[in-house]
Design a protein around this ligand. Structure first.
Ligand SMILES: Cc1cc2nc3c(=O)[nH]c(=O)nc-3n(C[C@H](O)[C@H](O)[C@H](O)COP(=O)(O)OP(=O)(O)OC[C@H]3O[C@@H](n4cnc5c(N)ncnc54)[C@H](O)[C@@H]3O)c2cc1C
Length: 401
């Protein structure tokens, strides 16, 4: 059992989880919080397990695409979103070697991830999901009858086991909770960059950004995104070569190195901001479903660059995987695993291929020059890319037959 006195994000004692659950959802990012809430709303006994205490910093630019905003509102999470301080985003500026390409975007929102995730987890809890923070989950590879066994390790070093009719792994890049499964082994791209991000409180930086615009700055060893998410607060998120990070010594130095290569003099002050990093960004599992288990959000796969699809895909996958899991709780059949795999392959993989192409372009100077010139001369290219970014994953969330 979880040690009495374990504290959740709201500062309340977590109740010890019962042994038997209809669903255990691992990870309280957007994918897990949305899935847990959907299952709880459907009346299913749901445990949402999260390794960190909330609010926690998460490496993210915090840009919710128009499609992500629409998806949250359509499932009744508009109020949770409205509780987050935010700024509208209506365009993206891409800076490279002193030149700027401006691409209009359907209206989205920039938020602070720590706040968004806390609000989504709170919504799951209000809907009846039991939340268990500061507890890391591992799924046993062997089935325990018609159930999955999940091992829980809390921050005090206590271990307990719970059983679930369905497990939803929404534990982000590399899905650490599934380390015992060969079927879900992750393939990491050899060129994968790593992510670093922070929200910085800097009035000078916030003022220097074009209003309602995401600034993307492309350098030779990665790229940096910046967007205002509140009056003086700016989300700074970068995907950088590990070698650059090592050479520069700190994330802020590597970010400033990239900014200096590509746009007007602009630096991030080396202040008290909390920088967080990631595992290699581009990795995926070819299999995203197994018996009584679904992988969703980044746990299923993520392909850089970050183009605003990450959270859209996480939210949509939370909705659909929860619907399939609900059927699996009533009656498991291999058809359900096939259905999730097919939907993922059909609606997520194609846009991952587009992202791979963009990442390739960003690593090859000559190709990037040509791409940049073409997009400057033919603005339709930018508009098409923006459409892809915003609506590429929309069909993932369509109602199941
Ligand atoms: C630098 C950077 C910038 C980005 N910018 C954007 C952006 O602007 N817009 C956008 O849409 N996307 C962006 N993304 C992508 C986006 O952050 C992800 O796609 C999104 O967070 C995926 O959500 P998720 O719920 O699948 O996983 P996550 O948000 O990663 O959540 C997974 C959760 O699982 C928990 N966990 C891990 N292991 C365990 C375990 N064993 N047991 C229990 N809990 C566990 C983690 O603590 C975490 O809270 C960016 C990514 C990076 C790296």
């Amino acid at each position: 059992m979880i040690a009495p006195g374990a504290v959740n994000y709201a500062g309340q004692a977590d109740p010890p989880p019962a042994d038997e659950w209809e669903a255990v959802v691992i990870g309280a990012g957007p994918a897990g919080a949305v899935a847990a809430r959907q299952l709880a709303l459907a009346g299913r006994r749901t445990l949402l397990v999260e390794a960190k205490s909330f609010p926690r910093h998460k490496a993210c630019g915090g840009c919710l695409s128009a499609a992500a905003v629409a998806a949250l509102r359509s499932i009744g999470l508009g109020d949770a979103l409205a509780e987050c301080p935010s700024r509208e985003t209506r365009a993206m500026e891409i800076w490279r070697r002193g030149e700027c390409l401006r691409v209009p975007l359907p209206t989205g929102l920039a938020v602070e991830r720590a706040t968004l995730d806390e609000r989504l987890a709170a919504a799951a809890r209000r809907s009846g999901a039991v939340t268990c923070f500061g507890t890391s989950a591992t799924v046993a590879a062997d089935l325990g009858g018609q159930r999955r066994i999940v091992r829980l390790n809390d921050r005090h070093g206590n271990t307990t086991h719970v059983a679930a009719r369905m497990v939803l792994a929404a534990d982000g890049l590399g899905h650490p909770s599934l380390g015992e499964f060969d079927d879900f082994a992750c393939r990491v791209a050899h060129h994968a960059r790593v992510g670093v991000a922070a929200t910085v409180d800097d009035p000078r930086l916030a003022e220097s950004l074009t209003p309602a615009t995401i600034r993307m700055v492309v350098g030779s060893a990665g790229y940096v995104g910046m967007v205002a998410c509140a009056a003086t607060r700016v989300n700074v998120a970068a995907a950088l070569d590990a070698a650059l990070l090592k050479r520069c010594g700190t994330p802020v130095a590597a970010v400033n190195h990239t900014l200096a290569q590509a746009c007007r003099p602009l630096t991030i002050a080396d202040g008290p901001a909390h920088w967080v990093g990631t595992r290699p960004l581009t990795q995926h599992s070819s299999q995203v479903a197994g018996e009584r288990i679904f992988l969703l959000g980044d746990a299923a796969g993520y392909v850089e660059p970050f183009t605003g699809e990450g959270m859209t895909s996480a939210i949509q996958s939370g909705v659909v995987a929860a619907e399939l899991a609900e059927r699996g709780i009533t009656h498991w059949s291999a058809e359900l695993a096939n259905a999730w795999q097919a939907r993922y392959d059909r609606h997520v993989r194609p846009s991952q291929r587009v992202c791979s192409l963009l990442a390739w372009l960003s690593r090859h100077a000559l190709a990037a020059d040509v791409g940049f010139r073409l997009a400057t001369c033919f603005p339709t290219i930018g508009a098409l890319a923006a459409r892809h970014v915003n609506f590429g994953h929309q069909r993932l969330g369509e109602k199941l037959p």
